[in-house]
Write a protein that binds this ligand. Structure first.
Ligand code: 1HE
Length: 266
């Protein structure tokens, strides 16, 4: 059997998901996306925290440019129907699924590789990492959610510079631009990410879910709506009457949905 393009390992509550195409610098092909989707869905079921990393000397060199060329020249048949962009779907599953994700970054974190990293909730890099958006040089555009996720974190000025000039950011600059929160010596990103994931896994699952889901949505709301959503999420524990109401039904004491014949419902 051939090597998987994406490895999956469950370590207690942590699912480690590794891009495993180091001969092609972990470039993302359609097959990689399909395996990544399967791994993420499995992690949603089995784990409390996900961890993205790359095998070999790079996290990810972005879109598989050879496959993109084959597509552009008609060597790969276009899909028969329009469907949701597969990268958007999978990266959204990472960012807006039931569990938080940590990303361990090293070497190239470029193009779609940076877009994938930005779908995680917390990023760590080592000092071999470099960050870039070379789409301009390749004649294409970001397509893995970068206009939303990267721009919101680094701001329009920084993203525009990265895209127009192809400027690569160093680990220190990535820290300054909030792309990463932790910078460690070469070779230690995965260990640090595992340590952070283990810490996150000690939180309540319910609070982790709220951190992942409430924060980005409130960021999109007005001040007033944001405070309202915060209140709903902080104050709304399950009301005590729920248990009583469920028991009434289970014990046959609940009022029927449909009124018995002849009984006035008005
Ligand atoms: C690839 C890819 C790739 C490497 N697609 N095959 N991404 C880029 O523009 C980045 C392109 N890659 C590079 O600039 C360099 O490869 C790296 C800086 C990442 C690494 O350099 P290096 O010297 O270690 O490796 P290499 O010799 O350049 O590449 C090794 C092999 O990987 C080689 O294949 P080989 O068969 O000749 O051995 C490369 O062709 C292959 N390879 N990167 C396909 N990206 C949804 S929109 C997202 C848009 C984007 O992501 S744009 C950014 C694309």
């Amino acid at each position: 059997m051939s090597e998987p393009l994406v490895t999956y390992e469950l370590d207690g509550p942590i699912a480690l998901i590794g891009l495993n195409r180091s001969d092609k610098r972990n470039a993302i092909s359609d097959a990689v996306i399909a395996e990544l989707r399967a791994a993420v869905v499995r992690a949603h079921d089995e784990a409390d925290v996900g961890l993205l990393h790359g095998h070999g000397t790079n996290f990810c060199a972005g879109l598989d440019l050879a496959e993109a060329l084959a597509r552009a020249t008609g060597k790969i048949a276009p899909p028969r129907k329009r469907k949701r962009h597969s990268w958007h779907e999978v990266f959204d599953q990472i960012e807006r699924g039931p569990i938080p994700f940590v990303a361990a970054l090293h070497g190239a974190v470029v193009g779609g590789g940076l877009e994938l990293a930005m779908a995680a909730h917390l990023r760590v890099c080592d000092d071999t990492a470099f960050f870039g958006l070379p789409e301009g040089q390749r004649g294409i555009f970001v397509g893995g959610g970068g206009t939303v996720r990267i721009q919101r974190v680094v701001g329009t000025t920084v993203m525009t510079d990265m895209m127009l000039t192809g400027r690569l950011l160093s680990p220190a600059e990535a820290l300054q631009e909030h792309i990463v929160r932790y910078l460690v010596p070469a070779g230690q990103a995965l260990a640090k990410a595992r340590e952070l994931a283990a810490r996150i896994a000690q939180n309540s699952i319910e609070t982790n879910w709220k951190i992942v889901h409430v924060l980005p949505r409130v960021q999109d709301l007005s001040h007033d709506d944001g405070l309202f959503v915060e209140q709903l999420n902080s104050a709304m524990a399950r009301p005590p009457e729920v248990e009583q109401r469920l028991r009434e039904f289970v014990e046959g004491k609940a009022r029927p949905l449909v009124a018995p014949r002849g009984e006035d419902q008005s």
